[in-house]
Design a protein around this ligand. Structure first.
Ligand SMILES: Nc1ncnc2c1ncn2[C@@H]1O[C@H](COP(=O)(O)OP(=O)(O)OP(=O)(O)O)[C@@H](O)[C@H]1O
Length: 216
């Protein structure tokens, strides 16, 4: 069984065709970088795979569940349970502490587990900062909170779009390493889209070419 699978994905913005009959499959625990220059469609691909952009054609699965056509509400619930998202911008809530931000997915689901949230905050090296608000943390620390929050629901797959794009080299590596470690410990597959080839050196990678993914 796969953690993430897409079949026959075609997508265009007007005249600009970004994907043509694209297939992909990630097994549980697998890691793939998605590489491509600016404008090649990395963000668009992540948004399609996250169900943020509706699929105009093709099929998408998160684990054994086919995403298909669903109400916004149902899609949001499924995504919260099955998909961890990390973007270049952290999207943390400024009025909550770091720990509370990690717990948010559990509160929305009505099953908060503060012990698990605390363990994740510890794992990303922020135990001493658990009760600080995001606006009092550094950029790298905020991204580590975002990584912990993405892993909180124990998702099948983590989709990351330039998660280290706003960070210096050392912080970028630390955030990327933590993302892969935590995902690995929890059996989540990771798809990491970036233009930064040095960051993902040594990882299996797909490149966007002619509307498909090659390599890997
Ligand atoms: N809403 C939109 N309407 C029309 N064209 C769009 C839209 N969003 C993106 N595009 C175009 O689609 C192409 C792919 O954009 P996308 O943001 O997916 O690329 P990317 O590889 O993530 O780029 P970057 O690394 O610069 O973020 C670009 O040429 C962009 O101009």
């Amino acid at each position: 069984m796969w953690a993430l699978k897409a079949e026959g994905l075609t997508f265009r913005y007007g005249e600009l065709e970004l994907f043509r009959d694209l297939d992909l499959e990630l097994e549980p625990g697998a890691v793939r970088a998605v590489l491509g220059p600016s404008g090649s469609g990395k963000t668009t691909l992540v948004h399609l795979l996250a169900g943020i952009l509706p699929l105009p054609s093709g099929r998408l699965w998160w684990g054994e569940v086919e995403v298909g056509r669903r109400s916004e509400e149902e899609l949001a619930r499924l995504r919260r349970e099955r998909v961890g998202l990390v973007f270049q911008h952290h999207y943390l809530l400024d009025e909550l502490t770091a720990l509370e931000n990690v717990l948010v997915p559990g509160m929305i689901a009505g099953r908060p587990d503060p012990g698990w949230a605390r363990r994740l905050i510890e794992r990303v090296g922020l135990a001493a900062h658990a009760h600080q608000r995001p606006d009092t943390l550094s950029g790298g620390e905020r991204q580590r909170v975002a990584v912990a929050r993405a892993l909180y629901p124990r998702p099948r797959v983590v989709l990351a779009d330039e998660p280290t794009g706003a960070l210096d080299r050392a912080n970028a590596r630390r955030v990327k390493d933590l993302l892969l470690e935590l995902a690995g410990e929890n059996g989540a597959a990771v798809l990491l889209a970036t233009h930064d080839e040095a960051l993902v050196q040594g990882l299996p990678a797909w490149r966007i070419e002619d509307g498909r993914l090659v390599g890997g």
